[in-house]
Structures are given as structure tokens and as C-alpha cells.
Design a binder for this molecule. Structure first.
Ligand code: NAG
Ligand code: NAG
Ligand code: NAG
Ligand code: NAG
Ligand code: ZN
Length: 493
């Protein structure tokens, strides 16, 4: 009887001891919202007044020089941010690709973005978060409306370039607050990339867009404050790449050196993937190798190791890299852009902004440099999720975080008299917790969620639901959209 009583007492204390720190940690420290403003170069924050970016720096941390991954394009870098892998390892090596194993082509403007095979050489953080029994929500992050390994984010919206930023924010906040509250959110916005391509980063017209982005960040901060989330969640605001100014006097025409009949052109300037026709490799390579001093021509096996851009079948046998500011075209019939990115990831102009704040981050701290692959292990640490193998290093970015409080012993103090019964009770209690509560909690968290109203193309997914692979097919959003607004943006990105 006494043992029984002790056991019950202990069951309760074990329950509290084991679960309370877990729960409070989850609620107070581990929520995370990752925001990307496409093409927001690191130095835009010092170009015009950006009070909201600067508020985040004062309340949190800033990294001045974030080295992103080669090639510095939109899809490769967005996937790097959520996988911690270089492009050669996550497989999304460009915005336009050819996979010789699948014998298929990929364009970010086309319906093949929904073919999960293009994404499944890696597993993004939202999937890993859900496998760990937590929830995620995505407003437009590249790949987040694809069933990667059969899993969609718990909540997401199919890509729709016309959906206003404010609506994306409202959705994320409702997902963070809902009864099935998410732990990890990702938010994507197309600007200032689009304007950067159209007018060039040196144009004064950019100032207006940068100020507008800062106002949008202000809207997000305000909404987080009103909803009581501002001091509870960790907010990271970053981007995929920077932008550099182009010139009509810096155009390289490949037609002048090699016939289009000899090769297939895979990805666009400034890093062009060249697939020579059968038996034409040497001819194409020899024609291009020393043709123009403003481009570098690599055989795949000679691509420098520091690019980490070699070991993937989707990287073409020859790649041509333009020097900064130069544009490679077949001939001058192609449209011209005033700004572009994709160049060498060591160029400062290619680097994105990085600011973050929240309970996990230090305040008023500036770090000189990090690599974008390091963000993944950092986010896993904040979320308390086991990272998958990756190319990042938590140690090299841990100084961004507040020092972890040393865990205090949380077991109840041992009563000094009935030690045998207490020990037995502890043992039985712990066994009960493990044997009963854990499956129970698992059961509860993995139970099929009640259907949420499907407003505005929002789709709610049960956790780890595998049989929803076809769910998106009936949604004609992206395919219809890609004809116009989608393409307008994506084709430049
Ligand atoms: C690759 O696909 C194309 C059609 O898209 C086809 O003509 C060609 O024969 C295929 N090549 C191989 C090696 O299967
Ligand atoms: C995209 O979003 C806009 C703005 O919310 C909406 O009016 C439009 O219907 C959406 N398009 C699709 C295809 O859902
Ligand atoms: C320019 O390139 C396009 C393909 O991009 C080709 O169709 C066209 O014939 C080329 N024009 C000239 C003048 O070679
Ligand atoms: C990046 O990480 C992947 C997965 O662990 C690994 O296979 C690859 O070799 C790593 N790349 C580098 C350059 O270390
Ligand atoms: Zn981009």
C-alpha cells in the first residue's frame, strides 16, 4: 500500500519533472519563424532608413557577411537554408536543370516543381520537424508546397505570387496561435529581387522598394506584438542572395564562339550549364575555353572544390561563369536585365542580409561572418530537433545564442526515511511514464487533426500523412499562375 502511494506520488512528480521543463522549453524558447525577402542584399539596410531592420539588430543579432552557397540563385539557396547542404548535396543545383538519370528537365517556371524527385535528395527542416512530432507552417517558401518524401508542411499555401505579404503574415500568425499551433514557420516574399532585376541595384528606384520591405517587416513585428508572440518566438530575417548591377556593355555572346547545334543550354547567366551533344564535348570546350576574358569555362571535374559544386549528376559537363556584372547570352535577341545574381558566392555583392531576435538570441550582438549552411544546425538547436547530416556547424554560430542555462536537477528531493519504497516507486513511476505516457502523448500528437476550413487555398495537413501525395494535383494554382505572374517573377529569379 505504501509502495503504491509512493508510486503514485512519484508518478506525478516524475510526470512533472520530466514534462514541465520540456513543455516550458517548447513554449518559451523553441518556436521559430524564418523569413526570406528574396534578393535582399546585406548592405540594403544601410542605404535608406530601415528602422525595423535596425530595431531587430538592437533587440537581437546581426551577421554582416553571410556567405551563401554556389550558385547564388534562388532555388539552390532557399533549399540550402532549410537543409544545411550545399547545392551538390541537396540536388537543387540551379533554377533550370537537366537530370541525365531521370532524363528530365526542370524549370522553376514549370509544373515539374511539383515533381518531388527534384527535391528528395535532401529533407527540408519542416519535414524533419514534423517527423519529430512537432508542427510546421509555410507561406510560399520554395518547395514547401511539394510532397517531399510524401510530407507537406502541417499548414501551407500553394505558391501564389499575387498573395499579398500581409495575408501571408496573417496566415502564419494564425498557425502559430491555433490549437494545433506550429513550432516552425517559413515565410517568403518575392521582393526586392524582382525590382533588383528590372532596374538594377544601383538605381534610385531600389530605395523605394527597400523602404517598402522595411514597412512590411514593421507590419510583421506589429502583428507579432499584438498577438503576444513577439517575445515568445525566434524570428530570423534573411535572404537567398544579393544582387549586382549589369551593363549593356558587358555582354558575352556565345554564338560568336560555338554553334548552338553542338550543345544544349541548360541554366541561364551568370552561370550557364552547357550539355554538349553526343561526341561534341571537346569541340565545345575547346571553342569556349579561351574565347572571352570575362568568363571562366570549367570542365565539371575542374570546378574548384571551394564551390562545393561538382558531385551531382545535375551539374553539367561544362559550366561557364561570367565575371561580376557580365551577362552571357546566345545572342543579343535575348532580353536583358539590369541586375542579376548567381555569381561567385565569395563576392560581397552576392551576400544576403541576416538579422534575428527572440528568446534564444543574444541582444545587440554583431557577428562578422557566417556561412548560410550553418543556419540549419542553428535552427535545429533552437527547435530542439535532431539535425540530419549537413554541411553546417553549430559551433561556428553558437555565439549568436544566449548561453543555455545549465540544466538544474529537477527530480524531487529524496525523502530520507522510506528510501526503498521511494526508489521502487521512482522506478515504477518512471517505467509507467515511459510505458504509458510516451505512447499516449505520441498518440495524441499524431492523431489526425480535425479539418480546418479551406479558405483561400489554404491546405491543412495531418502530421506525417503519407497518402496525400495527390492532394495538390487538384489545385490548379501554380500551373495556371505560372503563365503570368508566377513567371514574371520566377523567370528572373
Ligand atoms: C530522353 O527523353 C527524350 C524525350 O524527352 C527522348 O526523346 C530521349 O530518347 C530520351 N533519352 C533516353 C536516353 O532515354
Ligand atoms: C492568389 O491570391 C490572390 C490574392 O489573395 C487571390 O485573389 C487569387 O485568387 C489567388 N489565386 C489563386 C489561383 O488562388
Ligand atoms: C539567337 O538565338 C536564338 C535562340 O536563343 C536563335 O533562335 C536565333 O536564331 C539566334 N539569332 C541569330 C541571329 O543567330
Ligand atoms: C555535406 O554533407 C553531406 C551529408 O552529410 C555529405 O555527404 C557531403 O560530403 C558534405 N559535403 C562537404 C563538402 O563536406
Ligand atoms: Zn532569389
Amino acid at each position: 500500500m505504501r509502495v503504491f502511494v509512493m508510486k503514485r506520488t512519484c508518478l506525478l512528480s516524475c510526470f512533472l519533472a520530466l514534462l514541465l521543463p520540456l513543455l516550458s522549453r517548447q513554449e518559451e524558447h523553441s518556436k521559430l519563424l524564418l523569413v526570406s525577402f528574396d534578393g535582399f542584399r546585406w548592405d540594403y539596410v544601410d542605404r535608406v532608413p530601415t528602422p525595423n531592420f535596425h530595431a531587430l539588430m538592437e533587440e537581437g543579432v546581426q551577421v554582416e557577411k553571410v556567405e551563401n552557397t554556389y550558385i547564388t540563385k534562388t532555388l539552390p539557396n532557399h533549399y540550402t537554408l532549410v537543409t544545411g547542404l550545399h547545392a551538390e548535396s541537396h540536388g537543387v543545383v540551379a533554377n533550370e536543370m537537366y537530370d541525365p538519370v531521370l532524363n528530365r528537365s526542370f524549370s522553376m517556371e514549370g509544373p515539374e516543381v511539383y515533381d518531388s524527385r527534384w527535391w528528395e535528395e535532401a529533407v527540408p527542416l519542416w519535414v524533419t520537424t514534423q517527423k519529430a512530432g512537432r508542427r510546421s507552417g509555410a507561406a510560399m517558401w520554395p518547395g514547401s508546397d511539394v510532397a517531399i518524401r510524401g510530407v507537406y508542411p502541417t499548414h501551407y499555401v500553394p505558391y501564389n505570387a499575387s498573395m499579398p505579404f500581409e495575408m501571408r503574415v496573417e496566415k502564419l500568425i494564425s498557425w502559430f496561435l491555433g490549437t494545433e499551433a506550429i513550432d516552425f514557420g517559413v515565410l517568403y516574399w518575392e521582393e526586392p529581387d524582382e525590382t533588383g532585376h528590372n532596374v538594377g541595384p544601383e538605381s534610385p528606384l531600389m530605395d523605394v522598394v527597400i523602404e517598402d520591405i522595411d514597412r512590411k517587416l514593421g507590419f510583421l513585428r506589429e502583428k507579432l506584438k499584438i498577438s503576444g508572440l513577439y517575445d515568445k518566438i525566434n524570428l530570423i530575417v534573411t535572404s537567398d542572395h544579393g544582387m549586382t548591377q549589369l551593363s549593356r556593355n558587358k555582354i558575352i555572346e556565345l554564338d560568336a564562339y560555338v554553334s548552338q547545334d553542338l550543345y544544349t543550354w541548360i541554366d541561364k547567366s551568370p552561370v550557364v550549364g552547357i550539355l554538349p551533344k553526343e561526341g561534341k564535348f571537346e569541340e565545345v570546350y575547346n571553342s569556349l575555353e579561351n574565347a572571352n576574358p570575362n568568363m571562366v569555362v570549367y570542365k565539371k571535374e575542374d570546378i574548384p572544390d571551394y564551390f562545393h559544386y561538382k558531385h551531382n549528376a545535375r551539374i553539367m559537363p561544362i559550366i561557364i561563369e561570367a565575371k561580376e556584372g557580365w551577362t552571357i547570352v546566345k545572342n543579343r535577341t535575348e532580353p536583358f536585365m539590369m541586375g542579376n545574381h548567381g555569381y561567385d558566392n565569395h563576392l560581397h555583392s552576392m551576400h544576403p542580409v541576416f538579422v534575428a531576435r527572440g528568446p534564444s538570441f543574444r541582444t545587440g550582438y554583431t557577428k562578422t561572418a557566417m556561412r548560410s549552411v550553418d543556419l540549419y544546425p542553428l535552427m535545429c538547436y533552437i527547435l530542439g530537433v535532431q539535425p540530419l547530416p549537413n554541411n553546417g556547424s553549430l559551433a561556428s554560430v553558437q555565439d549568436l545564442l544566449v548561453e543555455k542555462p545549465t540544466p538544474r536537477p529537477t527530480l524531487p528531493s529524496v525523502p530520507n526515511e522510506p528510501s526503498y519504497a521511494w526508489a521502487l516507486g521512482l522506478f515504477l513511476g518512471a517505467a509507467l511514464v515511459v510505458g504509458f505516457l510516451v505512447p499516449f502523448v505520441k498518440q495524441v500528437t499524431q492523431r489526425q487533426l480535425p479539418p480546418l476550413p479551406l479558405s483561400n487555398q489554404e491546405i491543412s495537413q495531418p502530421l506525417l500523412q503519407e497518402d496525400h501525395k495527390v492532394a495538390l494535383i487538384h489545385v490548379p494554382v501554380k500551373h495556371g499562375l505560372s503563365a503570368k505572374s508566377n513567371q514574371y517573377y520566377w523567370c528572373h529569379a
